[in-house]
Design a protein around this ligand. Structure first.
Ligand code: MN
Length: 195
């Protein structure tokens, strides 16, 4: 997609280590809270292993933080608080499962949401565990076609179609087409400050 897609992860190892230290959690404790093995967590912190997006989400949920906390720094606004972002410059592959992620607007407590542009390669399937209580997601398809799992069924969406669903229960995303599916994913957390 762009030159950033193959770059190794620089931000994640330090972000995870800093967060774990801030909590005062040992690797054992972090493994217990996230359901990700101590060995894997250690490898991620040392930059020796890139997790899948599913594993990243497990870590984020276990620490009760947003996904974007692991993807890059929060952008600073100008004097007016206006922030311009460019998906093409932010798009990268943070996990090993082929999903491209552009963290357009990372989570900030005062806003209570994070907004991603996500790209699913053909054949991509991801079923997600429930997020924190009260989390909702909005999906808006920008290119290609995809299916969203909600209320126990897969729903097909094409360009210009959108869905908002409760994400505090199992849900999923898949691309059964031959072309990449690109969509905006807005994740809204119920209570600002809770994450
Ligand atoms: Mn989700």
């Amino acid at each position: 997609m762009n030159e950033n897609t193959t770059e190794p992860h620089h931000y994640l190892p330090e972000a995870l280590r800093a967060l774990r230290r801030a909590r005062g959690w040992s690797l054992d404790r972090a493994a217990l809270e996230t359901g990700v093995s101590k060995a894997m967590l250690g490898q991620i912190e040392r930059g020796e292993s890139s997790p899948t997006i599913a594993t990243l989400w497990k870590i984020a949920s276990g620490f009760h933080v947003s996904l974007s906390a692991f993807l890059g720094p929060v952008p600073e606004g100008g004097e007016a608080g206006t922030v311009f972002r460019q998906a093409a410059a932010l798009r990268h592959q943070p996990g090993t499962d082929g999903m491209l992620v552009a963290p357009l607007f990372p989570y900030e407590a005062r806003f209570g949401y994070e907004l991603f542009e996500l790209t699913l390669p053909p054949g991509y399937v991801r079923e997600s565990e429930a997020h924190e209580p009260g989390v909702t997601e909005t999906v808006i398809v920008l290119a290609g076609a995809m299916e969203v799992l909600t209320d126990g069924g897969w729903n097909r969406l094409t360009v210009g179609e959108a869905v908002r669903f409760p994400a505090d229960r199992p849900h999923g995303y898949r691309n059964r087409g031959a072309a990449p599916a690109v969509f905006h994913n807005l994740i809204h957390y119920r209570s600002p400050g809770a994450c």
